[in-house]
Design a protein around this ligand. Sequence first.
Ligand SMILES: [Zn+2]
Length: 681
Amino acid sequence: MNRLPLLFVALVACKSAPAPEPLPVTDPTGGPISPAMPAEPPADVVAERRHDAISRTELNRWAVRENLPLYWTIDADKDGNLDPDEVASLLFYPSSRTPASTWVMGGRFTPALEAAYEQIIAASKAPGDLLTEEGKRRELVGKDLDQGRATLVHSDLSAIPVADRQFVGHMMTVATLVDQLYELQNGATALSAQLPKDSASRSLFRRNRGPKCVAPATEKDPLCSAIPGAPKPVFDLYPAELQKQDKFCASIEKRKDAKALLSPFTVVRGQGDQLTAVPYTEAYKDAMTAIANELTAAADVIKDPAEQPLVTYLRAAAASFASNNWEPADEAWAKMTVDNSKWYVRIAPDEVYWEPCSSKAGLHLTFARINQGSRAWQAKLVPVQQEMEAEIAKAAGKPYTARTVTFHLPDFIDIVVNAGDDRDALGATIGQSLPNWGPVANEGRGRTVAMVNLYGDPDSMAARRSQAESMLDAKSLENYTGMTEPGLLSTILHEAAHNLGPAHEYMVGGKKAGAVFGGPMASVLEELKAQTAALFLLEVLRKKGVISDALATQSFTDSIVWALGHISQGMYTGSGERKTYSNLAAIQLGFLLDKGALTWDLNATAGNGTDKGALVIHPDKVVPAVNEMMKVVAGIKARGDKKAADALAKKYVDGPRVPHKIISERFQRFPKASFVYSVRL
Ligand SMILES: [Zn+2]
């Protein structure tokens, strides 16, 4: 319920290139974490050969199509030639962590690299086939893949102590185990035997976590699938028979035992009307035991007494993977801070967006390093957190009353790997507040994080600026910096606001939001509240002198670009579910258009000087419009006003007020970031 994906820019990670050392740890597929290196490069390596037949952008695009874990990081010397120190070997591909994906040894390219390079060049020259059904399917598969731009998240951990490296090795194994269970639950594994042999289909299946196309221009095309015939994945969470019904979620929601059946850490088993909720730990006993064992092994190798809180959490999490009681793990997790660990680990079933009923918690591993950059913002915002709650409570009105809030402001983390529900085909979560349930959540003792090493790469920043320039007029663009801080501030406030006003545990008429609004709409409203607060609190903070006038305006502008990005993705998934962030973004934009804070000017020229018709921001009208929006949105949550919520969605999500088509056309000229990962150990 509490995560903010996509399209913010953030800080840049660093990297360097000392020689890796072999690790004694293996992953479940048998491959070593870091392949053993021979002392000398093989004699058949020809170091002088040039690799300039294809540009960096094209090489990375075709590597994805060929399902090769190869990535040209940056053309550092700008010679258009791939050099050994410009290559990364990626994780989460079928050949990851095997000699077949060892691209460089002793500073030279390996035969595996040469073969991969040839394969890429050949694929880039191969003619397409648009005459057969199979040819058309493959064309669409390529198109879906191409709407993502492989974007590297690289972590250089080569300088950390040996015990820490062993810990990282175990966490990599946890990542693989989490992926396996996640793909069993989402129905991908059951379909994997039907995958055809071609690399692009296999790459799509790998990247999209199943056969479906997910990119905006292809997700609704019935022919677009990694598997001929486009079989629909059957989630392992509910009986297959039940999923054949249209609106099967609604049929569960109507039952007397809906609460038990839709509880987050269970799957539904049974036939006909005879349905029961079975705990994850029973339904997936072997897989969960394997994860528990690996977490224990990770805890066992940590020798640094300063990492005791991490050890305590890993052991508590291991116990939860046996008991299905996640509260003790949440308690241990909540005690971890930027001050008492170098690492950020969250391993649990948490968010519910991934499955059709938005009810079952998706298993994920977020594995990251703590970034100390959050301290400055914490020092600024903690003293005013109670005032922020008071302002939102005032906007919400009765029956909501301000609470004492004790949340933690976001800790900044640098992602190492995302696994399970965390690793999206396109984009990534950039902020998250957890847990969603239990005493730690209810008592405001959860943790909030901002993933600050995503979207800060030069490719992502350039693409986002071009998108902004295609929609906003030149004057409005003056406040678009494209830099880290305005977007980061928005993320911080968004995540903080999940703990403000009517939140997850709030009840009206004895009911929580899910029961009042239905799961998907409740998710939209919670995110809408958080993102509206991210705009609303700017003025609260500016007036108090916590942030400058310029930063307030820049953050608002950045949030508009963020909203446009989500609107451009379309309002519904290929299978008809609401896209939470797209929906909230459309509601925001439509509301601001109606209040005159924004206008869609058909005669204005966009900042790029070519697109006719542009969005104009009217700074004098922004604050009153945002204040009103906060009142409307928080009020809907406070009163449990389902009618008003549905009306907002009808008007702006489904209605003609927002220029959906133009936004999609302009933003979709640029591929979205599709994150790929490499770790140097
Ligand atoms: Zn959120």
